[in-house]
Design a protein around this ligand. Structure first.
Ligand code: SAM
Length: 482
């Protein structure tokens, strides 16, 4: 039987079933232990230090106790601390991105995914480089600067060379003032050699959702194809880091397995990356299973309510304060609104989940990966964020300046984010407003920017930000490295 060891590189040792089951028992036994819960909540709170903010985070056991606790007062305190952490480390900025689906050819049999190999309903499509270019132009015309590219797993149709060609094409397109400055990549688990190639291609985050940490369920839900191999999939982030990729993005597909099990596994995965590589995950995504071609989400009996979904997100915020949390357009405006206050730091906007969807006049449904709940345009999402006191950010400066992995974490930990990320967010928002926004969004945006510039604490940084915002407004672009 495998023994728990967070430093091991063997999946069943760092995501250890025995340790998860003991954690769940411990959480259940202590869910009404007010003394312990008070201590955990106290530990989770961010503290102001001489050079910024510090936050201890929580172990998987501590965080699981909070998740198990059903006391409404405790829940309110969890939410309040999640919001405190969000504001301390990320301020009111929300990073914006869009997914770009490049090929839905897939050889796997994932039972929850419409790309599964036995789905004969979905038309299979793979973009040519000319089509990739057209999609990127459409995305740039919306104002996007950051993409997450998506592929099914198919060594014949989507080999690594195809993925690399697409990345090259995406970075090469400069339409009007547009540019894609960060390409995050969501491809199936692969080799160290291929991860090194992605690193050389200049990718941002390598994203791979675990789907479920429960090995038996994992094997049942992925009955055929290379993705069936639990260990190969679970150990992918270690190979990615061995291949030189600094930023990795974790995720669970909520609804497949019991959420308490998934939550403990997810936090253990983050602890493992920190223990082995000295840096935790850059992001955590929290997707829920959605209706799609040949997929009925009610077939999965572990669906979670909106309330539980919010609680899970807030508990993740407390456990891993330095990790960005991503919520996609799988969720409605209402759910996204609630989660934004509880620690989410990145959202997608104006998304189309079909291959080639951005160049179509109407949202195409035939090759959609899942139903999009939030169908608003990017302009509407940007305006809505500002109306709710968030600052939409199109910034990719950290990545472009090499502040990835532990270098990003140290920026976050020393609180320099307020003098660095906040001005960058305002400058990139100015770019967006000048180049792409509707008149209403522009009007609100410039008011917000004028107000927010005053919140840059360091006088010098504030002065530079003001100058730069003015320069962009006057269409005087300098070679900013956002
Ligand atoms: N092929 C890659 C892989 O296997 O990891 C990644 C691409 S897949 C397009 C991206 C993610 O979509 C999957 O990891 C899964 O979590 C999610 N997904 C699949 N089917 C879904 C559904 N019905 N509803 C919501 N999300 C889904």
């Amino acid at each position: 039987m495998a023994i728990y060891n967070p430093k091991s590189l063997v999946a069943e040792e760092f995501i250890n079933n025995g340790e998860i089951l003991e954690t769940l028992e411990y959480a259940e036994a202590n869910k009404n232990n007010r003394e312990l819960i008070d201590q955990i909540l106290e530990k989770a709170r961010p503290r102001k230090t001489a050079d910024g903010w510090n936050c201890a985070g929580l172990t998987h056991r501590e965080a699981s106790v909070l998740l198990a606790c059903e006391d409404p007062d405790v829940l309110e305190r969890i939410y309040a601390i999640a919001e405190e952490i969000k504001l301390a480390f990320y301020g009111n900025r929300i990073v914006i991105f869009a997914p770009l689906y490049l090929s839905n050819y897939c050889v796997n049999g994932c039972v929850y995914c419409p790309y599964h190999v036995t789905n004969k309903e979905i038309p299979r499509k793979k973009l040519t480089q000319e089509e990739v270019k057209a999609e990127v132009i459409a995305l740039q015309d919306m104002g996007h600067k950051r993409l997450a590219i998506e592929f099914g797993e198919d060594p014949v149709h989507n080999p690594i060379e195809y993925v690399l060609d697409c990345i090259k094409t995406i970075y090469s397109v400069n339409h009007k003032n547009g540019a894609i400055r960060r390409v995050n990549v969501n491809i199936a688990a692969t080799t160290v050699e291929n991860y090194a190639k992605l690193k050389d291609a200049g990718i941002g985050t390598y994203i791979l959702f675990q789907e479920t940490y429960h090995k038996e369920s994992y094997e049942r839900l992925h009955p055929t194809g290379p993705k069936h191999d639990y260990a190969y999939h679970t150990e992918a982030m270690d190979r990615a880091m061995q291949g030189g990729i600094d930023d990795v993005g974790l995720g669970v597909l909520f609804g497949l397995e019991m959420y308490k099990y998934e939550f403990a596994g997810l936090i253990m995965h983050a602890e493992h990356l920190e223990a082995v590589h000295g840096v935790g995950p850059h992001t955590i995504s929290v997707p829920r299973v959605k209706r799609a071609s040949d997929i009925d989400p009610t077939a999965f009996d572990n669906s979670i309510s909106d309330e539980m979904f919010a609680k899970i997100t807030a508990c993740i915020r407390l456990a891993v304060p330095y990790t960005g949390i991503i919520i996609s357009t799988r969720e409605s405006e209402e759910t996204r609104s609630k989660l934004l206050r509880l620690g989410v730091s990145q959202v997608s906007g104006g998304s189309r989940t079909s291959v080639g969807g951005y160049t179509e006049e109407e949202r195409p449904h035939d090759t959609e990966q899942f139903d999009v709940s939030d169908q608003r345009t990017l302009d509407e999402v940007v305006k809505w964020l500002m109306e709710n006191n968030h600052i939409p950010s199109f910034c990719t400066a950290c990545y472009r300046e090499g502040r990835t992995g532990d270098r990003f974490m140290s920026l976050c930990k020393t609180g320099q984010i307020a003098n660095c990320c906040h001005p960058n967010a305002l400058m990139t928002l100015t770019e967006y407003l000048v180049d792409y926004a509707s008149e209403d969004t522009k009007k609100l945006g410039f008011e917000v920017i004028d107000r927010e510039l005053q919140n840059v604490p360091n006088e010098k940084a504030r002065g530079i930000a003001m100058d730069n915002v003015e320069a962009i407004k006057n269409s005087n672009r300098r070679d900013f490295r956002f």
